[in-house]
Write a protein that binds this ligand. Sequence first.
Ligand SMILES: [Ca+2]
Length: 291
Amino acid sequence: MLHKLEVAVSILLATGLAVNGAVVLNCARDVDSANDEMCNRPVHSTTTPPIPLPTSTCNSTATPTPYQTINFSNTSWIWTGENPTAGGANPIGLRSFRKNVSTPCENDKCARCATIIAAVDNDYQLYVNGLSVGNGSGWDLAGVHYVPLREQDNVFAFAGINVPPGGPAGFVAKILVHYSDGSTDSIGTDETWRTLPRDTSALSWTSPNFDDSAWGRAKSQGPTANGASLWGAPKLPPALSLADARWIWTSDVNVGDATAPVGTRFFRTTHNVNGTKRAVCATAVIDAYVS
Ligand SMILES: [Ca+2]
């Protein structure tokens, strides 16, 4: 019996700013879709494979479900509560939002990095453990940020800015924490987040050591579910998929029938990041089959 394994891999390599010499480890996660039936494989991404695909049993052109690790489900728009009416007008200016996240680091499971999506009415600046790691504008399309984390205690701080002429103000974010064992946790904006109903620019409020225990709680402006808030759910960028990946294998074949020899083959790739950026995360989408 011939056993054949073909592999297609697409890797999203996320980069971020180096953090004071901290050791930033990979947190790759392999994804093997449970719904990957033979006829749902991405045949459209195949280009001259070294071994013919089993087209006799695979005549579907269905596109596999895109791999999406994060979305705005079960997340609420928040603001300071200065206007008690959700979605109502708020003062122009900067408001601060903080979330302390503590997770155990034990049994080979420690926090490594995070994927963060966010949207705002009108502008935001994102800080993680006191480091500015990104910014964004607008409520219709989410910004995406990849950041390194400390192993246990991490502080996420967002500056939300309601720009002239003011009007409604809202901020929404989802944080996907990646652990060293490949598992994840998600944290969304809700009324557990800390905030103040005034401009905090004069405070060192983005520092992880800042004491926010005297701050109040954020006020929900409504969930992201359709029709439940002024802004709804922001659009997400395209998910990582296998659309640009190619099926690959070695070129060695059996004499006579040109089939692939039984056995294991190994594949490696190296990606170098140059300049001021440092790799912090990698997400791999992998598809394979045996025949
Ligand atoms: Ca506004």
